[in-house]
Design a protein around this ligand. Sequence first.
Ligand code: HEM
Length: 455
Amino acid sequence: MTQSTTTRGQAAPTEGGRPARAGRVEAVRFAATHTLPVLVRDLVGPPARLLRPAPGAGRPRWPAATLRALRARHGGAPVLLRGPTGPTLVLLDPLDLPRFHEAPPSELATCPPDKCRAPGAPAAGRPTRPEDHDDLREHRREVNEIVLASGSPVHPSCGPFLAVIADEAGRLGASPTLGLARARHIVTRAARRMVLGDTAAGDEELAGWLDRLDAGGDRGAHRKNRAAETLHEKASARIARYAAAAEPFTLVGRARRHPDPAGTLDPIGQALHWLRALDTVPATLLRTLLLLAAHPAEHEAASTEARSGDAAKGELPRLRACVQETLRLYPVVPDLVRVTRTETEWRGVRHPAGTPVLLPALFHQRDPEHVPAADVFVPGRWTSPGSRADLRMAPFGHGAGRCPGDRLGLLVVSAFCAELLRGHRVRDGRPALHPVGPLPAALDPRRIRLTITRR
Ligand code: HEM
């Protein structure tokens, strides 16, 4: 790893304890292309915004060149950017990454990305004080860690989940081209089976309600929008019906078995989160297959692994590395956000409690000044010891905020890839990618078309 040219002690852009500020032009460019305003607005409660492919999904979300220029100008110091919702501290130097990831929630509270929150949840019952919000999130996080088995390399429901995926994945290769609509139809069926049970597999009505809730706009709009709350109530009632009869291996079945004396667990709300998180799988699946189609040697190695005996047990280290590398290049969550809970000092500058701190994860993961072959598909970088703990790479975050569904997410995407590659080849992917890069800054999954042929 190339080291940054600055250190905490050496950084000199904060003369007199004054923060490094972006100029107006930079701030406007940043705000115009960035998810930041939405994330910051949402710090006090869950929104209902869609993080699945949306208009603009093919464009870079932020200009890397602007961020690199800011970093150079301010010697790597965190930069205050003023957006419509107030100033945000943006971390541009890799030296600041450990603190972001390692600080306890009492110093830097985590702020889960949109994709991990239930769409359209009514405002009633949400805590309004930040401390209450933190307590509730900590409790739910604990439950998530147990249900999603974040600490164990193999999810306890791995066997039944692989059986569901094998069952559903057959149709991925059923016609000669594969695009987002079919991939999404197949994956969301499997997701409903894993979260709610087999009886939910064909519930396209529920899927439609969740899509409509997601498409409905931000939280403010929902609060005013009685129709959205009614939709949320209908979806929750339907989920509650499935939950009551869900098989023990399902996520909601596992959550139901968790003791909940205070009644704060909200398995129905959690089920909505999980369905939403799993809805990110189709885009990552298509991007991984497109990258494999453009890299024949990796494709061959992945196919060999998919046909091996260990694949049936979900042991797919090569394919997992391919998925992780896809997420490095095209992360589902390109920006991580925290909020300071107390007055906090960064490189000699004090920032008040309540300051949003943004780590542009995609910028760091593809930073050519610090990541070798930053714009090239190199899955092997994920097989070296310690790669999971490399703080430059944060497709799932790190530390207290790390995604509790990371292993499950990797299992699901790699198992779907393996099911397809066992009997098929993927080729002639569109858009065409150059095998030795540089790869494009963004890949809109709605534009991906794969040609599938039988082996
Ligand atoms: C490939 C798929 C996935 C990716 C790339 C991903 C990525 C992430 C990221 C980056 C975060 C925020 C980390 C941070 O703020 O530092 C997160 C949080 C979260 N993810 Fe995932 N995730 C995936 C799949 C899943 C799945 C399958 C589930 C559950 C079924 C899930 C549940 C959650 C939850 C509950 C949180 C919030 C944790 C908290 O409140 O602290 N994720 N995810």
